[in-house]
Design a protein. Structure first.
Length: 276
C-alpha cells in the first residue's frame, strides 16, 4: 500500500510539473513568439477580410513584458525584448488602440486592438496628396488599390454623402487637413528636441502628457509645463503613424494622431505581402 501511494504521488508530481511546463510554454509563446487574432471590420480591405485569422510575429520587433498587471489601469507600462529588426513602412502591425477608454488622452485597454499598416516610423515625415500616402524615403505614391483610387477620384461632397469622415487630425486651428490632403506631419523619435509653439501645441499636447503625465498649458501665448515655460520638448519615446488599407473606412492616425512604441504588439504575418 505504501509503495502504491509513493507511485501515485510521483505520478501526480509529474503531472503537476508537466501542466506547469505547458502553461509556461503557452505564455512564453504568446508573449515572445507569436499570437493569434481575428480580423474585425473592413479597415484593412482588400488585404485582410473581416473574420480572417492572422498570426502576429513577436520575434520581429520583440515581445512586450508588462510591468503593471493591473488590467483595469489606463496606463500601459512595459519593456520590450530585443527584436530582429525595427518596424518598417509597409509593415502590417497589431497594436493597442490608444484611445480605448476616452478621447481626451492616450490610454490603454487590454485586448482593445487594431490592425493597421505603418506609413510613418520615428523620424519620418508623413504626407497624403490627393488621397495617396507618399513614401517618406522614395517620395513616391503608395498605391493601396481600389479604395485609394476611389478616394482620389471622388469629390468631398460625395464622400460626405457616403458617410466618409473627410476632416482629419488637425495640426492647429489655422491648418485644416483632410484624408485627401494631409501633412506634412513629422513623426518624433526618442531624443528629438522639438520647438513647441502655440501653432503646433495641439499636435504634441497629448503626446507630451503621455510621456510626462503632465498637461502643457497655454496662457497669453505662453506655454508652460509643470509651471515652467516650455519653449522646446525632448521626446522620450518613439512614435508611429498607422493607417488602414481601406482609406475610406478606417479609424487610424489620420484621425487620432500618432501611436507610441509601447502600444505595438507585433508584426502581422502574411503570405500576400504588399510591396511598399
Amino acid at each position: 500500500m505504501e509503495i502504491a501511494m509513493k507511485y501515485i504521488v510521483k505520478i501526480l508530481n509529474a503531472l503537476v510539473i508537466t501542466v506547469g511546463a505547458l502553461i509556461l510554454l503557452y505564455a512564453f509563446t504568446r508573449i515572445c513568439l507569436c499570437d493569434r487574432f481575428i480580423v474585425r471590420g473592413e479597415s484593412m480591405l482588400p488585404s485582410f477580410e473581416d473574420g480572417r485569422p492572422v498570426y502576429v510575429n513577436k520575434l520581429i520587433f520583440g515581445g512586450r513584458i508588462y510591468k503593471n498587471t493591473d488590467w483595469d489601469s489606463s496606463q500601459l507600462s512595459t519593456f520590450r525584448l530585443p527584436g530582429l529588426r525595427n518596424i518598417k513602412v509597409g509593415d502590417v502591425v497589431m497594436m493597442n488602440y490608444p484611445y480605448a477608454q476616452c478621447n481626451d488622452s492616450i490610454n490603454f485597454k487590454l485586448n482593445y486592438v487594431y490592425m493597421k499598416r505603418c506609413f510613418g516610423t520615428p523620424g519620418d515625415t508623413v504626407r497624403i496628396i490627393n488621397g495617396y500616402y507618399i513614401h517618406p524615403d522614395s517620395r513616391e505614391k503608395i498605391d493601396l488599390g481600389y479604395y485609394t483610387e476611389r478616394l482620389s477620384n471622388t469629390p468631398d461632397s460625395i464622400l460626405t454623402e457616403m458617410g466618409v469622415v473627410v476632416k482629419a487630425f488637425q495640426l492647429n486651428k489655422r491648418i485644416e487637413w483632410s484624408i485627401r490632403e494631409f501633412g506634412p506631419l513629422y513623426v518624433p523619435k526618442t531624443g528629438d528636441q522639438i520647438e513647441i509653439t502655440p501653432a503646433n501645441l495641439k499636435t504634441y499636447r497629448k503626446m507630451i502628457h503621455y510621456e510626462t503625465g503632465i498637461w502643457p498649458r497655454i496662457k497669453d501665448n505662453v506655454i508652460t509645463l509643470a509651471g515652467e515655460v516650455l519653449k522646446s520638448y525632448q521626446f522620450q519615446t518613439d512614435w508611429y503613424f498607422f493607417g488602414g488599407d481601406n482609406v475610406l473606412n478606417s479609424r487610424d492616425s489620420r484621425y487620432f494622431g500618432l501611436v507610441p512604441e509601447e502600444y505595438i504588439i507585433g508584426v502581422v504575418h502574411t503570405n500576400r505581402r504588399k510591396h511598399i
